[in-house]
Design a protein around this ligand. Structure first.
Ligand code: SF4
Ligand code: SF4
Ligand code: FES
Length: 228
């Protein structure tokens, strides 16, 4: 089991993890506090850098009825905090090839018919740890404004917290992903730089380097990448 060593001399505080009281040093993230108290956190973490969205958590503070949401790798424990990591929410993920859909705007309602049933409650926006106006993005998608969706949801980390609150039982982040794909594939010109790089890969420009790297030991690879 992974053991987390807390910084020396840190002040100790009381927290509740999954309903049980623990004493942990101040300055830890929620995930570090779980490690410190011996919890085996295998599912629910990935990048530890606020990017992958795997570590959605909910918490309450003493004397406050509000339920807060956070990424557990980006949020520090506070005195009296009660928190739990949220297991991933099951979602209905549509399978499609965005390039071959006859009409992506129509396609949205075929693949995600629930995207037309938003009840405007705004719970998805309130829960989003990235501060995205999720409700508006759902409406933008329903009206075929895929550019608007792409612009408003670019910082989505796919944590799924919006799914946990939607009273229309939709997965706003999957709808936004569809809209971003449709926008990138159908409305934006193909990036020239990317075209050049793909052509270079296909013409074998990197074959020799790849061959050399594939024969390096782990230590040599670390040296190559500047990793100690
Ligand atoms: S839109 Fe949904 S999945 Fe994306 S970051 Fe916000 S709550 Fe998480
Ligand atoms: S939580 Fe669901 S129903 Fe409520 S505003 Fe967001 S998408 Fe619409
Ligand atoms: S572990 Fe990736 S966002 Fe927290």
């Amino acid at each position: 089991m992974f053991q987390y060593e807390a910084p020396e001399g840190a002040r100790l505080i009381q927290v509740w993890i999954n309903g049980k009281e623990w004493t942990v040093p101040e300055g830890l993230t929620l995930i570090q506090a779980m490690w410190y108290t011996g919890h085996e956190v295998i599912h629910g973490i990935g990048c530890l850098g606020g990017v992958c969205g795997a570590c959605a958590a909910v918490y309450r503070m003493p004397g406050n009825f509000r339920l807060f949401n956070a990424l557990a790798c980006q949020t520090l424990v506070k005195e009296g905090m009660a928190f739990s990591l949220i297991a991933s929410y099951p979602t209905q993920r549509a399978h499609y090839d965005i390039e071959t859909l006859p009409d992506p705007k129509e396609g949205l309602f075929e693949l995600y018919p629930e995207s037309a049933t938003c009840r405007n409650c705004n719970a998805c926006t309130e829960v989003c740890p990235q501060g995205i106006d999720v409700r508006t993005s759902v409406w933008q998608a329903a009206f075929g404004d895929f550019k608007g969706v792409a612009e408003s949801t670019m910082s989505c980390v796919m944590c799924g917290l919006c799914v946990s609150r939607c009273i229309a039982e939709m997965a706003p982040h999957e709808i936004a992903l569809y809209a971003r794909r449709a926008y990138g594939s159908r409305e934006l010109p193909f990036p020239e730089n990317l075209r050049h790089r793909i052509d270079a890969v296909h013409s074998g420009s990197f074959d020799r380097d790849l061959e050399r790297l594939s024969h390096l030991s782990l230590e040599e690879l670390k040296q190559e990448c500047g990793v100690k």
